[in-house]
Design a protein around this ligand. Sequence first.
Ligand code: A3P
Length: 326
Amino acid sequence: MADNELPMNLREDNVSEETKKLISSLPTDKDCVGKLCKYQGCWYYYNTLQGVINFQNNFQAQETDIILASSPKSGTTWLKALTVALLERSKHHDGHPLLSDNPHALVPFLENNLYLKSSTPDLTKYSSSSSPRLFATHMPLLTVKEGLKGSPCKIVFMCRNAKDALISLWYFRCKYQKLEMTRGILESMFESLCSGVSFYGPIWDQVLSYWRGSLEDPSRVLFMKYEEMKEEPYAQLKRLAEFFGCPFTEEEEESGGVEKILELCSLPSLSDLEINKSGKNVNGVDYKFYFRKGEVGDSKNHLTPEMESKIDMIIEEKLKGSGLSF
Ligand code: A3P
């Protein structure tokens, strides 16, 4: 795939003179996709950095905004769908937004969608008098907070085992770049993960930023795990609803309201919708690539035992003393 065919967020052709100057003062490196620079402790492709800067300089938060944060390939699509379904549950007896739009269109990314192309994107279509605005991000917590400028928005973070997220990214990247799925590509992505020089990496720093934020202020930052969502979806969905201040009523529970949302947002249901079979996101990536197996432990089928134990050792070492494991 030629450089100009890459999704816009991975390219380097939309950077202002000011951001170029900033990049020249930052640590830089590259991975198998393109050039990266490290800003506020996190590695970005250059166009995405422009989106981060645009967001930090121009976003005007509303107190009721909700930010859905995650590491790439950690269940972002699922979290977006569940949040939309939760907050919309008393409306839309027919014509539910999830039936006609992909979760990524309903909950846009700040830095690699809204603020990627414009420093002043039109956010009016995300406002409604009855629901909070929903936005998504992969930026670490401190970078997000800088853009929120003191606004007390609620933030949910979804984390996933780094080995499964790596395999998920390998599949995803090869699909949208139309590459053959070779061991060479996987090995190069593995090296990037381990060295920390990877898009939105180091993953341990990104995850720890939200983990610490959730310990400091649990009413503001909710820390969730993909594996726990898979293991006990009913309890985790209730936890999410309580965090948003809209817990399920007894009546809702008794009438199957929780199960209804879980069913609507399940991988088989979402991936079977026409919009998710044939649509594309703003960066030209097919929505169907966001849905694959959705299993815990698939990395075992692809990584060698040596690769697995190297990732385990690094993550364990980096998280030591934090009280977190993932
Ligand atoms: P796999 O590639 O392991 O199957 P993201 O949404 O952050 O891009 O993450 C994509 C991963 O979440 C993929 O994992 C995908 O299959 C899985 N996924 C997508 N929708 C899901 C859903 N509704 N429920 C559970 N997992 C889902």
